[in-house]
Design a protein around this ligand. Structure first.
Ligand code: DCP
Ligand code: CA
Length: 406
């Protein structure tokens, strides 16, 4: 059946939330990420700042060099989380088939809901208006018959955009665009495709599937389908979300194993707590490290049995960390941990094992206390070390980079 999918993405999200709260920041080059004398990168740059060449991920020192007059602010994750929740609540009024992708981005399956608003175009205008009136934020919306085309459309329409790709035009819409615009094409894929003389989505769509598979394996087939504007992925409401992760960038690169482990424990507890809150168990644990030179690795381990305890997440993460931190490695800039392959808790065989049962009870007790008194009300032995490094708040430790599970 023909579907109508929307991709809604807020413009310059972190910065726009700051501008909504503080009129003095409006219309100016603004950067959220921290003071320019600090290590770290731009998390979000206002469109005024982008005119000077600033973009997310750029080191703050470079941003300062390019645009010294920009206003650099630290930002506050709790403000963005609140704005995000209100954004998602507005969207949910338009269709129950809502899939948040990150704090400021969501897919909406609008099939059948258009007529309430007159047309799909008017529905999108109404969404943009509510977001503007209630949140003082700007949303860009792409409309198409599938996710991948809707996402490319919203991106292309930015800022304050609205772009509808008519059914039947998916492929011709994508064809002239550079391959980097296609979701799934990262820097590495782009380089390989470039080496093959493929620089537009159109050229990618007429490549032989065999060649694509030989370079990219199974994802070659997905790329090929996306390039042709074919994407059967459903809009999946959150309970079906596939992974949970947390990560943080250190103020200074570090080789200190106890600090790495303490941070891993803390991040793992946050992941575990969300996992339990969602009533899920995970089969896969992934460690992420970024080294001083920005090379980034992820290492995953599949558990023999799905789990949602902090201890399992931490133990698996530590094992992966130990294996990774062999001698001669560079200092670590960022550490992260995540779980994926989420399943409904089945009948638990290991519940016969009383130690597993005790662990489970302990986790539940901790969750209850934290819910009542804040995340740092209880600190497990290992995370105590973090107290001197990151100031704890009710929200948890103020980590440098809020993590987004994308
Ligand atoms: N973010 C971050 N670090 C990054 C990228 C993004 O912390 N490397 C945060 C800040 C952004 C938010 O996530 O405001 C949303 O990311 P987007 O990629 O959607 O970027 P923006 O919303 O800032 O800009 P755009 O208007 O291009 O969507
Ligand atoms: Ca955005």
């Amino acid at each position: 059946m023909a579907r109508t999918i929307m991709h809604i993405d807020l413009d310059a999200f972190f910065v726009s939330v700051e501008q909504a709260l503080n009129p003095e920041l409006r219309g100016k080059p603004v950067v959220v990420g921290g003071k320019p004398d600090r290590r770290g990168v731009v998390a979000s740059a206002s469109y005024e700042a982008r005119r000077f060449g600033l973009y997310a991920g750029m080191p703050l020192t470079t941003a300062y060099r390019l645009c010294p007059q920009a206003i650099f602010i630290e930002g506050s994750f709790s403000r963005y989380r609140d704005a995000s929740q209100r954004f998602m609540t507005i969207l949910a009024d338009f269709s129950p088939y809502l899939e948040p992708v990150s704090l400021d981005e969501a897919y909406l399956d609008a099939t059948g809901f258009e007529s309430i608003h007159g047309s799909i175009h008017q529905m999108a205008v109404a969404i943009k208006q509510r977001i503007r009136n209630e949140l003082w934020l700007c949303a860009s919306i792409g409309i198409a018959s599938c996710k991948v085309v809707a996402k490319v459309a919203s991106e292309l329409s930015k800022p304050d955009g609205l772009l509808e790709v008519a059914k039947g035009n998916e492929r011709s819409f994508l064809a002239p665009l550079p391959i980097a615009k296609l979701p799934g094409v990262g820097k590495k894929t782009e380089r390989i495709l470039d080496g093959l003389g493929i620089n537009t989505i159109g050229k990618l769509s007429i490549m032989s599937l065999g060649v694509l598979k030989s370079h990219f394996g199974a994802s070659g087939e997905i790329l090929h389908r996306f390039a042709k504007g074919i994407d059967d992925r459903k809009v999946e409401p959150p309970s079906a979300a596939k992974s949970i992760s947390r990560e943080t960038t250190f103020g200074e690169d570090t080789r200190d194993r106890s600090l790495l482990k303490a941070t891993l424990r803390y991040l793992g507890e946050r992941v575990g707590s969300e996992l339990r809150q969602r009533g899920k168990q995970a089969r896969c644990v992934t460690l992420k490290l970024r080294y001083a030179d920005f090379t980034t690795i992820t290492r995953s381990h599949t558990l023999s049995q799905a789990s949602h305890t902090d201890q399992t997440i931490f133990d698996t993460g530590t094992k992966l960390l130990k294996r990774e931190l062999t001698q001669g490695k560079q200092p670590v800039r960022l550490i992260g941990i995540g779980v994926s392959n989420l399943v409904e808790p089945g009948r638990q065989l290991d519940m016969l094992d009383t130690s597993a049962q005790r662990l489970e009870q302990l986790n539940r007790a901790i969750d209850r206390i934290r819910k009542k008194y804040g995340f740092t009300a209880i600190q497990t032995g290992r995370t105590l070390l973090l107290k001197d490094i990151f100031p704890p708040t009710d929200e948890g430790y103020t980590l440098h980079t809020p993590s987004l599970s994308r």
